[in-house]
Design a protein around this ligand. Structure first.
Ligand code: SAH
Length: 274
């Protein structure tokens, strides 16, 4: 069995409990060395074979997996963040399928979530944006024309741009072309959740200058949108005048009755035990 494991965005304690258990038990680990924090491997057994896929081709990765599988070993393929985003897992899965080797996925915390945490941001603010566009500028990997940054910018939704830290002038131009005002709040989050994390707040117009000043050219996410700053509407979910599946609407927001309903689940349990 091969398990594709999401390593999380960087911090050693942001891998899932399940992912770490799989690492502890693994006989072989193939990790994406360009981005995965090598500190995560400290839980591996002494005799675990460790390969850095940054120096390998797809064929070489599959060779290691196939040989390991044939000798009954437990294999972890460790990808940064969550493997479903820019992880090149599908091509590995298709090769494994051809070889009749079973595989599964253990998800991870994607860096776009790590970046939100670093920014203390809610990407989906009522009255501002209820969608997150995850995309990238075209690089060596082309992006289909219908998915241009400018076409997404038209929606004015929150955008998180991967793999584009070295193309910020072009990114700004595309965002403005699509309809973002040049003063729209933006942020560059370098190595979110790593000890060397940098959070640079700026505007759509000043992305390139801000990154240049801080010397950021890679391992960064660009977040764009009014969700980063400014007005928004409060949620309906916690609005006292709204009834939800779990709570009846009340006219007063902070009376003793509300306090009573706000008793924690723990307090309630304690109450029933007494
Ligand atoms: N699967 C990964 C993304 C891999 S693509 C995930 O879910 O996060 C690699 C790109 O992800 C980098 O170029 C950078 O844009 C972004 N990235 C990965 N880790 C990051 C981090 N800790 N902080 C900021 N950006 C990161």
């Amino acid at each position: 069995m091969i398990t594709f494991v999401g390593a999380g965005p960087g911090a050693e304690d942001l891998i899932t409990v399940r992912g770490q258990k799989l690492l502890k038990e693994a006989d072989i680990v193939v990790y994406a060395g360009s981005l995965v924090n090598p500190g995560l491997l400290s839980v591996c057994r002494e005799d675990c074979e460790i390969y850095n896929s940054a120096k390998m081709t797809l064929e070489e990765v599959i060779e290691v997996m196939e040989a390991g599988e044939r000798s009954g070993k437990r294999i972890v393929r460790l990808h940064t963040g969550d493997p479903c985003l820019y992880g090149a897992i599908r091509e590995q899965m298709d090769e494994l399928k051809k070889l009749d080797i079973a595989y599964e996925v253990c998800p991870g915390v994607s860096s776009f979530c790590g970046a939100a945490a670093a920014l203390n941001a809610e990407y989906t603010l009522p009255g501002v944006s209820q969608s997150v566009v995850i995309t990238r500028m075209a690089g060596r990997t082309p992006v289909p024309g219908r998915e241009s940054i400018s076409s997404f910018a038209e929606h004015q939704a929150t955008m998180v741009v991967f793999l584009s830290a070295c193309m910020l002038k072009e990114l700004s131009a595309e965002l403005i072309l699509g309809g973002y005002h040049e003063d729209t709040p933006a942020a560059i989050v370098y190595k979110a959740t790593w000890p060397e994390e940098k959070v640079l707040r700026c505007t759509v117009k000043s992305l390139a200058a801000t990154a240049a000043e801080a010397g950021v050219t890679k391992t960064a996410l660009i977040v764009v949108g009014r969700a980063l700053e400014g007005e928004y509407e409060r949620s309906k979910l916690y609005d006292p005048s709204y009834t939800t599946e779990f709570r009846k609407a009340s006219a007063h927001s902070a009376d003793s009755k509300t306090k009573e309903t706000c008793k924690s689940e723990k307090q309630k349990k304690r109450g029933t035990q007494q």
